[in-house]
Design a protein around this ligand. Sequence first.
Ligand code: KG4
Ligand code: ZN
Length: 336
Amino acid sequence: EKEIKILAIESSCDETAAAVVVNGRDVRSNVISSQIALHTLYGGVVPEIASRKHIEKINQVIRAALEEAQMTLDDMDAIAVTYGPGLVGALLVGVAQAKAISFAKNIPLVGVHHIEGHISANYIENKDLEPPFLCLVVSGGHTHLVRVVDYGVYEILGRTRDDAAGEAFDKVARAIGLGYPGGPKIEQKAKEGNPMAIDFPRGKVSDNVYDFSFSGMKSSVLNYINGCKMKNQSYKEADIAASFQQAVVDVLTQRAIHAMEEYHLDKFAIAGGVASNATLREAMRKACEEKGVAFYHPSPILCTDNAAMIGAAGYYEFLAGTRSHTDLNAVPNLKL
Ligand code: KG4
Ligand code: ZN
């Protein structure tokens, strides 16, 4: 059997990443240069700064990924790159780099959807996982409940109508002065708090049972804080963090269970930055156990943005015959 070796590149937001992945699931290197410290100064990702930093780092990161895998560009069977969705200037850096390598070395190019990457992160550590399964993608930019029908075949059952789950974590963290990125900070703070202290609304969307809405939940946190301030009442940040986290987890779990039942799926996976949240994982694990559904999740390093997941997704696209060419462009609002 010939091994398919893929160099994968990811630069859609604030991590510059490259990886070498063999046959989709065997990660030989996974190099990530995070810009988080830089953006923390501004309380969120500054697109212009992200693009510039990607340009500075991309060559280094690719070289490191090849070195760690003990391979060269000449060993590669394909180059996979995220071309959307994401920040246009950030995406362009990876896309231009991938096109240049593909052209110079005459290596096939495969454009990959970022969300398909997040979903495919689950294949890396779960060698037995195969479609069909249900996947909840929860990140800073996306909240999608997806039916993975087959490799590369997706049916979106539900999505957020407003804020993404991670975005809500980030906004609430800012409101209670925890800083950026908010997800891990809220999770930490919540450990000292009572998840039942405050009953934040579990935002239902009426016309699609699988859609999400987090902006109402975020507003009620802000209203709660402002209310306390106006009444000169003190409030416990840890209780707000724990109660908010619980509200998000409840909504995500409820929608996921509903879909497992409706579509009779016996495998469920979570993906994206928020999927590294331990309270969410525990709730999902328990729900799956009760339903007799197998539960999958990537390690935290494969939940947040990385290139190994793009290599995994790129492999199945490559097998399906997907090829991109020198006209591949960054598509900031690319649909799955
Ligand atoms: O997947 P990701 O790295 O980037 C996007 O594609 O958006 O996700 C980043 C998001 C951020 O909003 C961050 O606050 C959130 O994931 N996040 C978490 C946790 N770790 C990261 N949210 C909740 N709990 C966490 N432990
Ligand atoms: Zn992402």
